[in-house]
Write a protein that binds this ligand. Structure first.
Ligand code: BDR
Ligand code: CA
Length: 311
């Protein structure tokens, strides 16, 4: 079977790193386009280049927007991922080059060069993707699929604006543009992520049995693990890894609902919330395939392979 062909927009970030290691283990990556989000763009670009080095790959890395499209973000996620987004380990300057092309233009060019071939996987705020869509609304017609990690479809969320999830809450206008533009996309939300956390002890066994990728990931995840333990978030929560599993193999999804999903752009408490029209009252087109459950055993197997765990 031929490998999945991916184009990944990301803001690495600890769980982005696991997702990208999964992509290297199971797919070909046409490019990494980088957003600001978990931490500032300088760090997310550098972290992406560190991952390219770790993979021993030559994947082009494209820097994107350093701010959201319209309003400055209220918060980043350095308090979870570390000030540098990779657990403040102090890695050396990476060797992998930064391409001399803005992320939004690279998304357009690569999809023109390979129409219908690439699955676009969005693991961060949707700023680059929205900008690309405003430049060229034909983009959705040139990608095989879009898989988005974002939203909180039952309103729990993980940000200061209670019902909002981080990626959508960081740049709500961008998410609005993307959700309106794509006729269909897979949405892996924060609450699905919580249902698919890995058991801590089991994850530790994988880290001990894996290769240098496991050693790397074990280091960078320390800060996020400590944060989650203090805030009653159980197990190893890997939002972007779950979205990557769906991108790599859509047959892993065991329960989904297709609904209209809109983004709240105002609201004193709710800016950035994803509003799901669960009972189809508004008559809007149902574009989002909301992933509710995946086969956890297959998801775990994908993660183990990405960490170099034998067998
Ligand atoms: C999302 O926000 C980021 O902190 C993670 O990398 C993930 O993409 C989860 O809400
Ligand atoms: Ca991310």
């Amino acid at each position: 079977m031929s490998k999945p062909q991916l184009l990944i927009d990301t803001d690495p970030g600890v769980d982005d790193a696991l997702a990208i290691l999964m992509a290297y283990a199971h797919a070909d990556i046409a490019g990494l386009s980088i957003a600001a989000g978990n931490v500032g763009l300088g760090h997310t670009v550098r972290n992406a280049r560190t991952l390219v080095d770790l993979a021993g790959a030559a994947t082009p890395v494209f820097a994107g927007c350093s701010t959201p499209l319209v309003r400055a973000a209220d918060e980043d996620a350095a308090f979870v991922h570390g000030q540098d987004g990779f657990g403040d380990i102090g890695f050396a300057e990476p060797a992998a080059a930064l391409a001399d092309e803005p992320a939004a233009l690279a998304l357009l060019r690569l999809t023109h060069e390979r129409p219908g071939e690439l699955t676009l996987v969005a693991l961060g705020p949707l700023t680059n993707l929205a900008l690309a869509l405003r430049l060229d609304p034909g983009l959705p017609g040139r990608v095989a699929r879009l898989v988005v990690m974002g939203g909180a479809v039952t309103g729990h969320g993980n940000t200061g604006k209670v019902p909002a999830e981080f990626n959508v809450g960081f740049d709500p206008e961008a998410a609005h543009v993307v959700f309106e533009a794509f006729p269909a996309f897979d949405l892996v939300d924060w609450e699905a992520t919580l249902r698919h956390a890995f058991d801590d002890a089991e994850f530790d066994r994988w880290l001990a049995a894996g290769d240098r990728r496991a050693a790397f990931f074990g280091k960078i995840m320390g800060a996020a693990r400590r944060y989650n333990a203090k805030h009653d978030r159980r197990g190893v929560i890997a939002a972007d890894a779950l979205a990557m599993a769906v991108a790599l193999d859509p047959s892993i999804v065991t329960r989904r609902e297709t609904r209209a999903v809109a983004v709240e752009l105002d609201g004193r408490l709710t800016r950035g919330a994803t509003v799901v029209d669960w009972s189809a009252r508004l008559g809007w087109p149902a574009r989002a395939n909301i992933v509710l459950e995946v086969d956890q055993i297959r998801f775990a197997a994908m993660v183990r392979r990405a960490l170099g765990v034998p067998g």
